[in-house]
Design a protein around this ligand. Structure first.
Ligand SMILES: NC(=O)c1ccc[n+]([C@@H]2O[C@H](COP(=O)([O-])OP(=O)(O)OC[C@H]3O[C@@H](n4cnc5c(N)ncnc54)[C@H](O)[C@@H]3O)[C@@H](O)[C@H]2O)c1
Length: 476
């Protein structure tokens, strides 16, 4: 039984990283209070202040290498490719940063007329002038006036389109997972590195203040040797089935062959088009959608990026609606530094989600599912052999940002501004953003390894020297 005493004094911890919102190291207080009086600074205020800080830094930097060399006062011209549901979020995020970061969405690109026209209307509202509209990314990439591209198309197209954009010399913000076909992901990464581009991969939690605080805490060594990380993110419902767009989309209003991209031809299927997350040729489902976020945080917190090996199991147990991808999924991944990660999602039950980083000196709890800002540190205080009553002596402290006196929520939406702001800043400074293609490649490898293990039923091993994975272990 895991027990601990919650009444301990606050512990001050110095924020070691300079990659966060303020440029000075800032103290992070770990408090114990369970009551939630009115908050002095809400999260949105904090984030928008942070964005303003970044804006100042961005506008004072100059670009050292750039396709169209940007002066400090040049507006960054963006093209947004893939204007669906996530696309609307990203349009909103960009619009909130447009004046502080001097950017404009001056073109949009979507295969499907319906979403393309919606994006034109939305961005006209945001900028008081109409963006140019393209159906095909090739035409958009040929435009010299476009500085950078945002990609929020379906999972299977991220790497191929990222490579095309990189070959055209554009900086890119690409949604997660960075890729789900190994050779395509590798080719995209290499093209970005070769062309020295600034590419941000869309695991936005890396740019959120509570995640940065938790990351720095783990990096401080306060947990001792971490041997196990457990992540459970649940949801009750036939997730990704029944999207209303499925009834709207017509083959003659889009370009089905371009949607298929590198996949073998199959007849037009509106469910595949809109509910791609359920079909294994296009997405792995739970790993691509959710585990990519979770494992990316693990890689970053632990500074260990490629699993040594991975196994997975699961199936369609909750929603027998024609889906191919699992609705109940569990993976185990071993990492070179010597710890095991357990990732689990069920769509058939809403039992509360959590993540715990389990070290010999302390546990870092994260209450809630993807991106929850609520973290708590619980001391271990030694072994049961040292003290049979050890569990009565454990103390706990919540992770709070400087100036915060109340607990953060146990969830967060996908609309935080920090990740996009960081990309804009890096486009001007030519520094690398919070989630580079190397890190995007690493989360993609982890997701591809568990997916291969799930479908093949065979444990997968990573070979770092050849950068490949297979079911042949080191002994073979
Ligand atoms: N970071 C996050 O928190 C987050 C949240 C939600 C979704 N996402 C990611 O966003 C991506 C898109 O998800 P969605 O729900 O918006 O999908 P969606 O189906 O709503 O939108 C995809 C859009 O891309 C268009 N499209 C498809 N192929 C194209 C191509 N080759 N060129 C141009 N347009 C093309 C479609 O017509 C559609 O309008 C997914 O990969 C998902 O992982 C990320």
């Amino acid at each position: 039984m895991f027990a601990y005493n919650e009444s301990v004094s606050a512990l001050n911890y110095t924020h070691r990283s300079e990659r966060s919102f303020g440029l000075q190291p800032t103290p992070i207080s770990l408090e114990t209070s369970m009551d939630e009086p009115e908050r002095k600074t809400d999260r949105r205020t904090f984030l928008s202040r942070s964005a303003a800080t970044l804006a100042g830094a961005a506008l004072s930097s100059t670009a050292s290498s750039y396709g169209r060399i940007l002066g400090a006062n040049d507006r960054i011209a963006l093209c947004h490719v893939g204007n669906g549901s996530r696309g609307s979020d990203l349009d909103l995020i960009v619009s909130k940063l447009a004046s502080s970061h001097n950017v404009e969405m001056n073109s949009v690109c979507d295969l499907w007329r319906h979403n393309r026209e919606k994006a034109v209307a939305t961005n006209t509202r945001y900028y008081n002038r109409s963006p140019r509209a393209f159906q095909h990314i090739e035409d958009a990439l040929a435009e010299k006036q476009i500085d950078a591209v945002i990609l929020s198309t379906p999972d299977h197209s991220h790497s191929p389109l990222l490579k095309m954009a990189a070959d055209a010399g554009k900086d890119v913000y690409v949604e997660k997972p960075m890729g789900n076909v190994f050779e395509e992901a590798k080719a995209a990464r290499d093209a970005v590195l070769q062309n020295k581009l600034v590419v941000q991969v869309g695991t936005q939690h890396r740019s959120e203040p509570y995640q940065i605080a938790a990351h720095d805490l783990v990096q401080s060594g306060v947990l001792g040797d971490v041997t196990k990380i457990e992540m459970v993110w649940n949801y009750h419902g036939p997730r990704w089935r029944g999207r209303p767009e499925t009834k709207l989309v017509r083959e003659e209003e889009t370009d089905w062959r371009k949607f298929l991209l590198n996949k073998p031809y199959r007849p037009f299927d509106p469910q595949v088009y809109c509910e791609f997350r359920l079909y294994k040729e296009f997405s792995s489902g739970i790993p691509d959608q959710w585990m990519s976020h979770g494992i990316d945080l693990v890689h970053w917190f632990m500074n260990d990026s490629f699993p040594k090996s991975a196994v997975a199991h699961g199936g369609v147990f909750a929603w027998h609606d024609g889906r191919e991808n699992a609705d109940t999924f569990q993976a185990l991944l071993e990492y070179p530094k010597g710890f095991l990660v357990s990732y689990s999602t069920s769509f058939g039950n809403d039992a509360p989600g959590f993540t715990r980083f389990m070290g010999k000196k302390a546990t870092l709890f994260n209450f809630g599912g993807e991106g929850s800002p609520r973290y708590q540190l619980v001391e271990e205080k030694g072994t049961h052999e040292d003290n049979p009553d050890i569990d009565k002596n454990r103390t706990s402290k919540y992770v709070l940002l400087p100036g915060e006196t109340t607990l953060p929520p146990m969830g967060i939406d996908d609309l935080t501004l920090g990740h996009m702001a960081n990309w804009f800043e890096c486009m001007r400074s030519r520094e690398q953003p919070h989630c580079t293609v190397r890190e995007g490649f690493a989360h993609s490898v982890a997701c591809m390894m568990v997916t291969e293990a799930y479908w093949s039923g065979r444990k997968q091993y990573w070979n770092a020297s050849t950068e490949t994975f297979s079911d042949r272990g080191p002994a073979a």
